[in-house]
Design a protein around this ligand. Structure first.
Ligand SMILES: Nc1nc2c(ncn2[C@@H]2O[C@H](COP(=O)(O)OP(=O)(O)OP(=O)(O)O)[C@@H](O)[C@H]2O)c(=O)[nH]1
Length: 208
């Protein structure tokens, strides 16, 4: 039987309940949006396989419950993830303020420097701003990761953020950011943890 994928990335979505983690994931994997809020119980996951220059990359995305009562369970997934997205609702100051709490939770089990932050909101494409209207929310909070705006209601926005992966390439067996415009660079993770590199080398201009 043909191999279903060459590289596996395990990504995790964390953030307060109701910020749109499940919607972001459903939009990304199935191009669907659900207007009702059915809280995730514990942890759920979805997968998507994409091809990048002939390499089959399987992205396994774990969607965690934002509710406090599940945090003992969800924390067990932090260590196994190669990338973690911190998600907050761009219209909720509270969910934004809680990002530092999520960072420290991840810090408890490992390195938080490879976390990209995501602001969920209904108007993708505008400048990246926090709920206070100021640009570059991550810098204001002194978060170490790049910050990007995304949305469960827009397919392009969900792909742009969750497919930051496509901006990475393998050079000498290491996954690195590909050289693109500064906008693209700001969307990629800065220091994603190492995963087994495919045998062939990915080119910098990846397609999805
Ligand atoms: N306008 C708008 N609404 C959104 C967006 N993303 C999610 N929502 C709405 O926000 C609510 C919560 O979304 P979920 O994806 O279920 O939230 P969650 O973070 O997974 O919540 P928990 O599972 O409880 O942790 C739902 O009613 C969605 O329809 C978005 O980008 N724009």
């Amino acid at each position: 039987m043909a191999k279903q994928y060459d590289v596996l990335f395990r990504l995790l979505l964390i953030g307060d309940s109701g910020v749109g983690k499940t919607c972001l994931l459903c939009r990304f994997t199935d191009n669907e949006f659900h207007s009702s809020h059915i809280s995730t119980i514990g942890v759920d996951f979805k997968m998507k396989t994409i091809e990048v220059d002939g390499i089959k990359v399987r992205i396994q995305i774990w969607d965690t419950a934002g509710q406090e009562r599940y945090q003992t369970i969800t924390k067990q997934y932090y260590r196994r993830a190669q990338g973690i997205f911190l998600v907050y609702d761009i219209s909720s100051e509270r969910s934004y303020q809680h990002i530092m709490k999520w960072v420290s939770d991840v810090d408890e089990v490992g390195d938080a420097t490879s976390l990209p932050g995501c602001g969920e909101g209904a108007s993708p494409g505008k400048a990246r701003r926090g709920p206070d209207g100021k640009a570059n929310a991550s810098r204001k909070l002194c978060l170490p990761q790049p910050w990007m705006k995304t949305s469960g209601t827009h397919q392009k926005a969900s792909r742009r953020s969750l497919l930051g992966i496509r901006l990475m390439r393998s050079r000498n067996g290491r996954w690195e950011e590909s050289k693109g415009s500064s906008w693209r660079r700001s969307m990629a993770w800065t220091s994603m943890k190492q995963v087994p590199a495919p045998t062939s080398t990915l080119k910098s201009h990846s397609r999805v």
